[in-house]
Design a protein around this ligand. Structure first.
Ligand code: GLC
Length: 412
C-alpha cells in the first residue's frame, strides 16, 4: 500500500516535471504607471501570469506624471540597474530610450506581432529594432455632462466656440461649477492638449518631416492665445497645475461641465461610487475656426519594453506577451476602458456593442501625433521647450507668437 502510494507520488511528480520542465522560479519586476487604476490592473495581470507560470512578479510603482516617470527610468537605466525587467513606456519614448532596451524582434516570432496596429509597431521600431510591444492606445477626448447640457437645451459642442458658449451658459445658471478642465500643468500632458488646439484649428503638426519647427503660424498661435482666454474664465485658474487626475477629480466630483482626458477616465467617472455615474457623454474634441479646422485627439498610449540589463529576459518577454495578449487586453478594456493595441479585441462583443469603444475608434481615425519620431532622442528636450512656451502664454506672460519665437527651430 505504502509502495503504491509512493510510486503514485513519484509518477505525479514526474508528470508535473514534464508539464513544467525543471525551471528555476524567477522573479520578474515590472514598472507600471499609476494613473487612475493602472497600477491595480497591471498587478492583477502580472499576478495571473505568475500563477500560470510558477514565477513571481514584483510591481514597481512610478509617479503618475509622465515626465517624472521618464526621469526615473532614465536614471535607473543610466545606472544599468537590473531592478526593473519590464518598463511601461509612453508612445513618445521609443526614440529616447531605444538603446536601453532589448530588440524584441530577437525574442518574438514575427507572426505574433501581426495582430497589433502596425502603426504602433512602426512607432516602436527604431533603426529596425523593436523597442516595445504596444499595450494600449490613447487619444484625447471630450467628456461632457449630459444632464447639464440637457437641462439648458444644449448639444455636445462641435467647435471650441460652441464649448465656450455652453460652458458660460451653464456656469451662469449653476452654483460652483467650472466650464472646462484639462491638463494645463507644464508637462507632457499640456503638449498633448496644445497639439489638439493647434491641429483642430488648422495649425498643423509641430515639426515638419525635416525636424523644422512649424508651429509659429497664425492658426497655431491663435489656438493657444484662445486657450489663454479660458484661464480664470471658463477654466479655473488652478487648471494651470492640473494633470489628468486633477482634471478627473474636478469633473468626477461634479464640479465641471466639460473635461479633456484620456479613455481611462471613462471607467472611473462611471464607477459605482462616482457622483457623475451615467451622467457623462464622450465625443471627439471640438474643432476650431476656418476651412482647415478638424476634430482631432492627440495619440497617446503605452507599450511594454524589456531592459537590456534584465537577468531574466525570456521570462520578461513572456510576461510582456501575456499582458499584451488578447485575453488580458480585453479584461483591461472592460474594467478600465484601456483601448486594446490588438485589433481583434475590438470585435469582441463587449467592445463591439459598446458606444464608448465605437466613439473611440472614430477618434482614432483622425489622431494627431506628437513629433517624437522626427525629434528622436531630442524629443524630451523639444517637449520641455514647447510646453514652457505654451504654459507661459496661458499664464499671461506674452503672446503665443512671442513665446514660440524663443524655441529652437531645428530638431533633427
Ligand atoms: C497618457 C498617454 C501618454 C501621454 C501622457 C501625458 O499617459 O498615454 O501618451 O504622454 O498621458 O500625460
Amino acid at each position: 500500500m505504502l509502495r503504491t502510494a509512493s510510486l503514485l507520488a513519484a509518477s505525479l511528480a514526474l508528470s508535473a516535471a514534464l508539464i513544467h520542465p525543471a525551471q528555476a522560479k524567477v522573479t520578474v519586476s515590472i514598472s507600471c504607471s499609476s494613473l487612475g487604476i493602472e497600477m491595480e490592473l497591471c498587478r492583477d495581470g502580472a499576478q495571473a501570469w505568475a500563477k500560470q507560470t510558477g514565477n513571481e512578479v514584483k510591481l514597481v510603482s512610478t509617479p503618475a506624471d509622465a515626465q517624472e516617470r521618464l526621469a526615473l527610468y532614465q536614471s535607473l537605466l543610466a545606472a544599468k540597474s537590473d531592478k526593473i525587467d519590464i518598463f511601461q513606456i509612453d508612445v513618445v519614448w521609443p526614440g529616447i530610450l531605444a538603446n536601453q532596451f532589448l530588440d524584441l524582434n530577437q525574442f518574438i516570432e514575427p507572426a505574433k506581432l501581426d495582430g497589433y496596429f502596425q502603426t504602433l509597431i512602426a512607432n516602436n521600431t527604431v533603426d529596425g529594432k523593436l523597442v516595445a510591444v504596444p499595450w494600449f492606445v490613447d487619444a484625447g477626448m471630450l467628456y461632457y455632462r449630459k444632464d447639464l447640457l440637457d437641462k439648458y437645451g444644449l448639444k455636445a459642442p462641435e467647435t471650441w466656440a460652441d464649448l465656450e458658449a455652453a460652458a458660460k451658459q451653464v456656469m451662469a445658471g449653476e452654483q460652483g461649477i467650472e466650464g472646462y478642465v484639462f491638463q494645463g500643468r507644464s508637462y507632457e500632458g499640456l503638449v498633448c492638449n496644445a497639439l489638439e488646439w493647434i491641429v483642430s484649428n488648422g495649425g498643423g503638426g509641430l515639426l515638419d518631416n525635416g525636424g523644422q519647427a512649424s508651429f509659429n503660424n497664425p492658426q497655431a498661435t491663435a489656438a493657444v492665445d484662445r486657450a489663454k482666454t479660458w484661464i480664470g474664465g471658463i477654466a479655473p485658474q488652478g487648471v494651470l497645475s492640473y494633470d489628468e487626475e486633477q482634471a478627473r477629480g474636478a469633473f468626477q466630483s461634479g464640479k465641471a461641465v466639460f473635461m479633456r482626458n484620456w479613455p481611462y477616465a471613462w471607467a472611473l467617472v462611471n464607477a459605482p461610487d462616482s457622483p457623475v455615474k451615467d451622467k457623462v457623454g464622450v465625443v471627439p474634441l471640438p474643432k476650431g475656426d476656418g476651412d482647415k479646422a478638424v476634430h482631432t485627439g492627440t495619440l497617446g498610449g503605452q507599450s511594454l519594453a524589456v531592459s537590456k540589463y534584465s537577468a531574466n529576459p525570456k521570462e520578461a518577454v513572456d510576461l510582456v506577451l501575456y499582458l499584451a495578449g488578447a485575453e488580458e487586453e480585453k479584461r483591461r478594456a472592460v474594467k478600465g476602458a484601456f483601448n486594446p493595441s490588438l485589433k481583434s479585441v475590438y470585435n469582441e462583443p463587449e467592445l463591439k456593442d459598446d458606444a464608448f469603444f465605437s466613439t473611440f475608434s472614430k477618434i482614432l481615425e483622425s489622431v494627431a501625433t506628437r513629433p517624437a519620431a522626427v525629434a528622436g532622442k531630442g524629443y524630451n528636450q523639444f517637449s520641455s521647450q514647447f510646453v514652457r512656451a505654451v504654459h507661459a502664454t496661458l499664464q499671461g506672460q506674452g503672446s503665443a507668437a512671442d513665446n514660440f519665437a524663443s524655441i529652437r527651430t531645428s530638431w533633427k
